[in-house]
Ligand binder design. Structure first.
Ligand code: SF4
Ligand code: SF4
Length: 259
């Protein structure tokens, strides 16, 4: 089934469920003309792009800013703090340069970058191996490039985790809810046996808001449409030399690092 067909199918399926539940023609009479269609249109306040991308300005990033980014992301997404590195759940975290960029180290770069915190997250790859291997289509690529995850369709096989060469996905080995320090009511919690990861704050973009990490980064993280020449990401990439993680693997990450 193509994407368009799938969308059409969901619309029809959704409409017939409503009609079925409310009882035939009476339900149709309850819906104002165009109301059902309107539910599927992007909200006017939503931020939209042809291709979302992020730029990390390593020169402006320090450990305190990075900690703020991690804290806000994990808070607004109810990411649990398990306290056991083997079972940890992470959407955004810190890596040393040599781990984040293996094989990309040059001697003159090493000295300058030594000790710098590199903030890493899902790269929302253009050619995402995680999407290809998922047997239930629980993870997919949106038209704007965001790699989404639907925990209700995830069967916990962890194929996507094995396929991701960046360690961007985490698995809930147990019920994460007891490990959420403070529940954020606007985002769903997950359950045992499902995979999760950064979603480029798709739920915030839909409300017209930038990703949480970007908002608290004091300009060290830039987010925008890679296809728009006047976007902040394009401006940053025009002005500075930037690298991507493991480009030789061909996944084409859409998180750029100004070094
Ligand atoms: S970083 Fe990993 S999880 Fe994210 S899109 Fe790329 S392969 Fe998939
Ligand atoms: S874009 Fe959103 S989900 Fe992704 S790391 Fe930043 S705050 Fe977390």
């Amino acid at each position: 089934m193509t994407d368009i067909n799938r969308r059409e199918f969901l619309k029809i399926a959704g409409a017939s469920t409503v009609i079925g539940l409310l009882g035939g023609w009476k339900a149709v009479e309850l819906l104002a003309p165009g109301e059902l269609e309107a539910k599927y249109l992007p909200k006017p306040e939503a931020l939209t792009a042809k291709r979302w991308a992020m730029v990390v300005d390593v020169k402006r990033m320090d450990e305190a800013i990075a900690e703020k980014c991690i804290e806000v992301c994990h808070y607004i997404h109810n990411v649990p703090d398990i306290g056991d590195p083997k079972r940890e759940i992470k959407w955004i975290w810190l890596e040393r340069f040599e781990h984040a960029f293996p094989g990309q180290l040059q001697e003159h770069m090493a000295e300058r970058l030594n000790g710098k915190p590199f903030i890493v997250l899902c790269n929302h790859c253009d050619n995402p191996p995680c999407v290809r291997v998922c047997p239930t289509k629980a993870t997919w690529k949106r038209d704007d490039g965001i790699i989404m995850m639907d925990q209700h369709r995830c069967i916990g096989c962890r194929f996507c985790m094995a396929a991701c060469p960046f360690g961007s996905r985490s698995f809930n080995w147990g019920d994460p809810r007891p490990f959420i320090k403070k529940r954020y009511p606007e985002y769903p919690t997950r359950e045992k046996g499902v995979v999760e990861k950064c979603n480029f704050c798709a739920e915030r973009l839909a409300k017209g808001l930038l990703p949480g990490c970007v908002e608290v980064s004091d300009g060290a993280l830039v987010f925008g449409d890679l296809t728009a020449s006047d976007s902040e990401v394009r401006k940053a990439l025009r002005r500075h030399f930037a690298i991507k993680r493991k480009p030789y693997l061909g996944t084409n990450p859409q998180v750029y690092y100004i070094v």
